[in-house]
Design a protein around this ligand. Structure first.
Ligand SMILES: [Zn+2]
Length: 461
């Protein structure tokens, strides 16, 4: 028998440790690990490289500032170059799911380079009633924004496919919506992703800071204090315990939030925690550019250190990027208040974590792999299909050169965004080849695959 391809001489990161064998791939799956090289159509030489499971980016916003068919092409292009093989879209639908989800799915189907999955945001009780319908369409995780309400309930929804108009909306998150979402999710066996910031505290903080004519990233952080995260975390966990819901806290980056979550875990709440590369590498003490404006805000270097600690103590489970595919023209305003929150990050996820984490001995490669693939796959119902280099798994593999050094440039990634917050950072450790279901999608910072190869991942809640 001639197999499709063999990756020769990689150091393979498996859940059971490092393996020095060839990886045999057929029909998109890993079928064997061998010492010899079986007959194959394609040989991929990986001498000197480390084979890790393709990354799963748990938190990606695209389809908001450009329509999803275009956004899927550009952002999955950046994903492929960054070694990400599955991107999880944070869908914000300003319509009922029953009438508008199918159009979003159809517009996504032919334009991804890498595989993808979808989290559905629940903004009101009507959408909460549609959660079962969502699961029937393959959408098996849900999102709540506790930060939307009062005068700060403004949000951009995902664009309607076929349009290029920004879709502005206001949202008032209600307790009834939160309760129904958590109750339904528990019945359906789906996790609920929570953006934990208390909108009332943030509204008040922003008002005060503006009155006092404050500006800059430190004012932004002060106006949305870690205490607002803590309040929101405590509130939602109490409801989650009532229903037995699994909560997944997105983008946790402050010491106070981390310890609040530990307290709630002790009380028996089922919790998973995600952080983002920027909460490990950026602080308002070091960064000044409005480009690094994000919600929740980047905090202090001491918070950075606490997040690194929480990673090594296994109090954080995953790393997502909170990638927002926007452009400078919209992004940067006259002051921090008029600047847009969020920035791109899917292309730099792996190089940042390799350079600032693994190569600086802040975390092991083992731990990085666990957080960026295995844990994400398990939490979101994609394991054992994805998440590890195992026999029978999808051949989603990223070959990494731990020694390669390169400067970050926005143009490298081909994203819709015309900037990155890490511009000019010299990083050590880059992906060299990205395979999605056995197909080489990117190699040597070039995308080789065609859009449309990426599929919606079949998930089991
Ligand atoms: Zn987000």
């Amino acid at each position: 028998m001639t197999v499709d391809s063999v990756i020769t001489e990689p150091h393979i990161m498996t859940p059971k440790g490092i393996l020095q064998k060839n990886i045999v791939i057929n029909d998109g799956k890993i079928i064997d690990f061998t010492s010899d090289t079986p007959q194959c159509d394609k040989k991929i030489n990986a001498g000197g490289l480390v084979a890790i499971p393709g990354l799963i980016d748990t938190h990606v916003h695209y389809g908001v500032y450009s329509p999803i068919d275009e956004a899927a092409r550009t952002e999955s292009h950046a994903a492929a170059l960054g070694g990400v093989t599955t991107m999880m879209r944070m869908l914000r639908l300003g319509h009922p799911y029953r009438t508008h989800l199918q159009a979003q799915l159809a517009a996504s189907a032919s334009s991804h380079h890498v595989d993808y999955a979808i989290h559905a945001t629940i903004f009101d009780e009507k959408q909460a009633d549609e959660m079962k319908y969502c699961t029937e369409c393959g959408v098996t995780s849900f999102k709540l924004y506790m930060n939307l309400g009062g005068e700060i309930g403004h949000v951009y929804m995902d664009m309607d496919p076929g349009t290029t108009q920004l879709f502005e909306a206001t949202v008032q998150i209600q307790t009834n919506t939160v309760r129904k979402t958590l109750s339904n999710a528990a019945k359906l066996g789906c996790p609920v992703l929570v953006h934990a910031e208390d909108y009332q505290m943030c509204e008040c903080g922003i008002k005060k800071a503006k009155q006092n004519k404050k500006d800059g990233l430190s004012a932004w952080s002060e106006s949305r204090p870690p205490d607002s995260e803590v309040k929101s975390i405590n509130q939602i966990c109490e409801i989650a315990r009532e229903f037995g819901t699994t909560i997944y806290f997105v983008h946790i980056g402050s010491a106070a939030a981390i310890s609040a979550i530990q307290e709630q875990r002790k009380k028996g709440t089922k919790i998973f925690v995600e952080t983002c590369p920027h909460y490990l590498t950026l602080s308002h003490e070091k960064q000044s550019s409005y480009l690094a404006k994000v919600m929740p805000p980047i905090r202090t270097t001491q918070d950075n250190n606490q997040v690194w600690n929480a990673i090594s103590q296994k109090n954080i489970d995953t790393i997502g990027t909170d990638h927002v595919a926007n452009r400078l023209k919209l992004k940067v305003g006259q002051d921090v208040w008029s600047s847009l929150a969020g920035f791109p990050g899917i292309g730099t996820l792996l190089p940042i974590m390799l350079s600032e984490g693994v190569n600086k001995n802040r975390m092991t490669l083992d731990r990085l792999v666990e957080m960026t693939s295995l844990n994400a796959a398990k939490i979101f119902g994609m394991f054992p299909q994805k998440g590890a280099i195992n026999k029978g798994s999808d051949a989603d593999i990223t070959l990494v050169d731990l020694k390669k050094e390169q400067k970050v440039r926005a143009e490298l990634f081909g994203s819709f965004s015309d900037y990155v917050v890490y511009e000019d950072w010299r990083l050590k450790g880059w992906p060299q080849t990205t395979l999605v279901r056995g197909q080489i999608i990117a190699q040597d910072m070039q995308v080789l695959g065609k859009p449309g190869w990426g599929r919606l991942v079949k998930r089991v809640p």
